[in-house]
Write a new protein. Structure first.
Length: 95
C-alpha cells in the first residue's frame, strides 16, 4: 500500500490540472501565436497545474508502477482480482 500522503498529493495535482486546464489551453494557443506575455503568464501558473506531472496510480493500493490503464489497477491487484473472479470478462488463459 502506498503512503497516504503520496495518494493525497496525486489527488491534489489532479484537482489543480482540472482547475487550470481551460486557462492553460488558452495561454498555450496565444503563446504559439507569438504572444510573449502569454508565455510569461503560462510560466507563472503552478507547476502542478501541468498534466505532465500527473502519474497513474492503482485505485486499490495506490501503487505507481505496473499500472494497467484499462482496469485502473496495478498488475499485482489485477492478478489477484482476476484469479478471484472479481473482474468480469477476465479469465486465466490456458492452451
Amino acid at each position: 500500500m502506498a503512503k497516504i500522503s503520496m495518494v493525497a498529493r496525486e489527488v491534489k495535482r489532479q484537482a489543480l490540472v482540472k482547475k487550470y486546464a481551460a486557462k492553460r489551453a488558452e495561454l498555450k494557443k496565444r503563446a504559439a501565436a507569438g504572444d510573449y506575455e502569454a508565455v510569461q503568464e503560462l510560466q507563472a501558473l503552478p507547476k502542478n497545474a501541468s498534466p505532465v506531472r500527473l502519474h497513474n496510480r492503482c485505485k486499490v493500493t495506490g501503487r505507481p508502477k505496473g499500472y494497467m490503464r484499462q482496469f485502473g489497477l496495478s498488475r499485482i491487484q489485477f492478478r489477484e482480482m482476476a484469479s478471484a473472479g472479481l473482474i468480469p470478462g477476465v479469465k486465466k488463459a490456458s492452451w
